[in-house]
Ligand binder design. Structure first.
Ligand code: URA
Length: 209
């Protein structure tokens, strides 16, 4: 079943407005990306399974809850995905981080993997792929393929800005993967940028614009 969650919240709306503005400086851009990722984390992790265990308050014994199973893994797609890691890790401190690097081949225009470093036991973990921009969807589709090749069963895709073209490509290739966005924009332009978007997220995060 195709799932697209566009997370609507006044704080997300106003922070998204700030990061879209071209005059927003690198430091603030970085902070806002992490803050938006933190706010999104609440919805992205809503259906994680929990288990109970006994704890003791200063008053008495009671039931506590924890996220069930092995530590969750954040998988930023390099390089812009790195900008969302801290915001989520602030809320899930024992989350592990794997990295996937993908570039687009100049001739074939196909996405090509150049780096994949993942924690052990990926097959038993919940994974959140991070990439601020879901543009053509090519990198997201490739990242999902790489994770599926590692026998990962539980994958969520979290992006700040999406567009119909990117969502459609992921849905076509991996219809069972839930997509979480902070905003769904209008379209891609002829250069592959999301419109209105926020420009090149990697450049804006790392000050290379
Ligand atoms: N990647 C970006 O960083 N921005 C876009 O608009 C599209 C892809």
């Amino acid at each position: 079943m195709k799932q697209l969650h566009i997370i609507q919240h006044p704080l997300i709306l106003s922070k998204m407005t700030q990061i879209r503005r071209k005059e927003t400086p690198t430091k603030m851009f970085k902070e806002l990306v992490n803050e938006i990722a933190s706010l999104m984390c609440y919805e992205i992790t809503r259906d994680l399974e929990t288990e109970t265990f006994e704890i003791e308050t200063p008053i008495c014994k009671t039931t506590g809850y924890r996220i069930k199973g092995e530590d969750l893994v954040l998988v930023p797609i390099l390089r812009a995905g790195l900008g969302m890691v801290e915001g989520i890790q602030n809320l899930i401190p024992n989350a592990k981080t794997g990295h996937i690097g993908i570039y687009r081949d100049h001739d074939s225009l196909e996405p090509v993997e150049y780096l994949c470093k993942l924690p052990p036991n990926m097959e038993n973990r919940d994974i959140i792929i991070l990439d601020p921009m879901l543009a053509t969807g090519g990198s997201a589709v490739k990242a999902i393929e790489i994770l599926k090749a590692h026998q990962v069963k539980s994958i969520r895709l979290a992006c700040l800005v999406g567009c119909p073209e990117g969502v459609e490509l992921v849905h076509q290739n991996h219809p069972e993967i839930p997509i979480f966005l902070a905003a769904m924009d209008e379209k891609l332009n002829e250069k592959g940028y999301i419109v209105p978007g926020l420009g090149d997220a990697g450049d804006r995060l790392f000050g290379t614009n």
